[in-house]
Structure formats: C-alpha cells, structure tokens
Ligand binder design. Structure first.
Ligand SMILES: Cc1cc2nc3c(=O)[nH]c(=O)nc-3n(C[C@H](O)[C@H](O)[C@H](O)COP(=O)(O)OP(=O)(O)OC[C@H]3O[C@@H](n4cnc5c(N)ncnc54)[C@H](O)[C@@H]3O)c2cc1C
Length: 420
C-alpha cells in the first residue's frame, strides 16, 4: 500500500515536471520564432525598430558585442556582419603560430555571442556603403539598411608585390592565415630542410620569425633557414634600445636579417630585391605594414591620409554622424594613432556608449587615446622584449607579463560565451 502511494506520487511529480518543461519549451520556441521574425523584419510591437549594424567583430567592438542584449532589451535591432564566425586576437597570433597557444585559446565566438543575445549574425563581408541611402552592400549581394553603423573592419597586408601563384605565400593578417601556415609548416619541418622568407621589417616580421623558429624547435626534425627582408633598416621606427635587443635575440638563433634594400617583387619560389639580388625560397610570410580596409575610400567616405575612415573625437564621421568606427580601420583626426590593438581595446567603452547614445539621441562621449602604451613583443622561445617609457628589457619575464595580460583579456571576453 505504502509502496503504491510512493509510486503514485513519483508518477504525478514526473508528469507535472514533463508538462511544465513541454509548456516552457513551447513558450520559449514561440518567443524565439516571434523574435526571429521581428528581428528580420526590424519590427517590435508593429513598430519599426532602429537598426544598429556592426561591420566586423574586431577588438574595438568587444564591449558592444558583450552588451548586445542591452540594445535588444531597449528595443533596438542589431546586425553584425563579419567574414568569420570567430574573431582571433592578433596579440596572440604569433604565439599561436609558434605553438604556445591553440587557435581555440585565442578566439572569440562572435556568432554565438551575437545570436544568444538576440542579435543577428551575418557571415559576409561589407564591400560598399551608401551613406546617403544609409545602406551597406555585402560581397554575397545583400543590402542592409541602418540607422547607426559602426566599422571595426581592421586592416590588411598589401600584396601588390606578389606575382603569379601564391600557394606558399601567407600574409600575417587575417590571423586565420597564420593558423593555416602553422599546419603547413609542421608538415614541411618533418619532411625536409626548407628556406623561409619573411618580407617586412617591423615587429610583426620579428614576432613571426621568432615563432617560426620556435615551431621548428618543437617539431624537432629539420631546422629551416629563416630570412627577414627588412628594407633598409630592421625595426627602424623603434628606439635603438629595442631594435638591438630584438636583433640580437633573432641573430643568436641564426635568423638572417637583410637590410640591403626593399623587395621589388615576389614569386612563390623567389624574392627579388630592388638591387637586383634574387633569393630562392620555399615559403613566404608577408609582414609589410598594414593598411586600413579599402571600404571607405571606395565608398567615397571622408578618409585620412592612410585611407582609414576619418573620425572625430567621438569616433564619429563628421559628414555622416550616424557612422562610427574604431581600431585599425579608422584615422583619428585629432592625433594619428599607431595601428595597434591597444587603441582598439581602449576605444571599446566609448564606442559602446556612443552607439547607444546615437540610437537614443543622447550626448556622445569623447575618446581619449590615453598615455603611452606598454609594448611587449613575443619573439619566440619564451622570450619577450618590453618597453614602457624609459624602461626596456628582454627575457622570459617580459614574455610572462605579455602572456599574463593577453590571457587575462581572453578570459574576460571568452567568459561571455560561457555565461550566455
Ligand atoms: C602578427 C601581428 C601581431 C600583432 N601583435 C600585437 C600586439 O601584441 N599588441 C597590439 O596591440 N597589437 C598587435 N598587432 C596589431 C593588431 O593586430 C591590430 O592593431 C589590431 O588587430 C586591430 O584591431 P581591429 O579590431 O581594428 O582589427 P582586426 O583585428 O583586423 O579585426 C577586424 C575584424 O573585421 C573583420 N572584417 C574585415 N573586413 C571586413 C569587412 N569588409 N566586412 C566585415 N567584417 C570585416 C575581420 O574578420 C576581423 O574580425 C599585431 C598585428 C599583427 C599582424
């Protein structure tokens, strides 16, 4: 009798639980379907919703992406357009090439973060803007109208010098290219001795060279010959104290640095200098200085001397005030900024505030680029070169500081994926 009673209670509880779950699922599903339809139609409660479009989910959009739910709660529609479901953190790109990090360690799940908060993610690439019609045109032929738009479309490595086939030529941006290169190099290092050329004389050339060396050490079979073609002077933009430290570290590992002239053209098996010298090669990295996306000039928008979107102290285009931008793709009118992730990261709170304010008709905040930033290069082998104001040093501690800062940044933004 007692057993039957307990069994009956158990059955009733189970049925009630199932009914509740089914009902909740139906309700959730209905809400999702309604949200989806409304999201695509840009309507809520029959009214047209204001539409914020984010082009690129780069470093300057991180906080806006984190807060998409708040925009949606306030009744705004948000669409994020980007060519990849993930965004890779460039500061850790060379470390990923060298095998210190896996691709998963250094990426944010942009699509996931957007969709879980009620935004729309479109895997595509913006190719043109009509600022008068307030429309964005994409590579796959779609058109998106906006009320407010923000660009964080980054920069690219110029490849004009490349002639013919480019199977063995990898640019250092987008970071996905370094991922491909690492896979290919691991195979090659286990098969034969190869010659690797890095074209470019700046920090990304140094970081790539040092981390290719580290990768070969890890594979531990055939060590490659590594050459950097650095134009007339390697790390010319930097103080001698940094230049010497980076140079000595790379030279100790038999990485050869050529400072005898600029590269004229590049074929997949040879590097030709302006001096007429020709160097045979098996694998090439293009690490020339990056340029802002060509999107703005091609769309007739106001641009700076580097062709980046010209923005004022509010990170806003003056001629078309509903257009904003951050990161490598902008030219900050008040003061030209280095193309470093540090500035993109510092622009986050201002962009978040100003995009919301532009939608709500409130006051904008001013972007202050802030004090001189901490510079740390990861030159492979667990070694870093650090500079902050007058302080410059090289070694394991410098790398450990960079690793700590980068991991902290990643944890902060990857945590959003887990919380949602
Ligand atoms: C090898 C290397 C190492 C570096 N290391 C450091 C470092 O340690 N510290 C540092 O501060 N800086 C570093 N930098 C500089 C840093 O990469 C850039 O300053 C930083 O990436 C700029 O961020 P961003 O968000 O503007 O651009 P990106 O990181 O390039 O992001 C742009 C985003 O926009 C997307 N996108 C591009 N085009 C379109 C389009 N047409 N439509 C839609 N979406 C688009 C891209 O997919 C990408 O997700 C390094 C650069 C390189 C190349």
């Amino acid at each position: 009798m007692k057993k039957k009673f307990i069994w009956q209670v158990w059955v009733n509880l189970w049925t009630a639980f199932n009914l509740k779950v089914t009902r909740n699922l139906k309700v959730t599903r209905n809400i999702m379907i309604t949200n989806d339809l409304e999201a695509h139609m840009g309507k809520r409660g029959g009214k047209m919703r204001k539409h914020l479009v984010l082009i690129g989910g780069g470093h300057a959009h991180m906080m806006t992406l984190e807060n998409i739910g708040k925009f949606v709660e306030k009744g705004f529609k948000i669409t994020v357009i980007g060519p990849s479901f993930y965004h890779y953190y460039s500061g850790m790109g060379p470390g990923m090439l060298g095998g210190t990090y896996t691709p998963k360690d250094i990426r944010f799940a942009t699509q996931d973060v957007v969709q879980k908060q009620g935004g729309i993610f479109v895997k595509d690439r913006a190719i043109r803007i009509d600022p008068v019609k307030k429309q964005i045109y994409t590579k796959t032929g779609h058109t998106f109208s906006y009320d407010v738009v923000s660009f964080n479309a980054g920069s690219y490595v110029p490849m004009q010098a490349v002639r013919g086939k480019n199977d063995n030529i990898y640019s250092v941006k987008p970071i996905e290219k370094l991922m491909e290169a690492a896979d290919k190099l691991k195979q090659l290092f286990s098969q034969k001795k190869i010659s690797i050329s890095i074209v470019g004389g700046g920090p990304s050339a140094a970081e790539v060279a040092g981390n290719v060396w580290q990768l070969a050490k890890k594979v531990n079979q055939y060590m490659p010959d590594i050459h950097i073609f650095a134009g007339n002077k390697f790390m010319a933009r930097f103080p001698e104290s940094i230049r010497v430290r980076v140079l000595s570290s790379l030279c100790k590992r038999d990485i050869q640095i050529f400072e005898t002239g600029y590269v004229k053209n590049i074929k997949q098996d040879e590097i030709c200098l302006e001096t007429g010298e020709i160097f045979p090669t098996d694998f090439i990295f293009m690490a020339l200085g990056v340029k802002p996306s060509t999107l703005f000039e091609e769309s007739g928008l106001p641009v700076g001397p580097d062709k980046g979107l010209l923005v004022n102290k509010y990170l806003q285009c003056e001629k078309y005030p509903e257009i904003f931008g951050g990161g490598d793709c902008i030219y900050f009118k008040d003061q030209p900024l280095d193309k470093v992730g540090v500035y993109a990261v510092r622009q986050n709170p201002v962009l978040l505030h100003n995009l919301m304010a532009a939608l709500e008709g409130k006051n904008l905040e001013v972007f202050d680029p802030g004090p001189e930033y901490l510079l740390i290069f990861n030159i492979g082998g667990g070694v870093g070169v650090l500079k902050k104001k007058g302080l410059v040093f090289k070694g394991k501690i410098a790398f450990m500081i960079k690793n700590y800062i980068d991991q902290k940044f990643m944890k902060k933004f990857q945590a959003i994926e887990k919380v949602l």
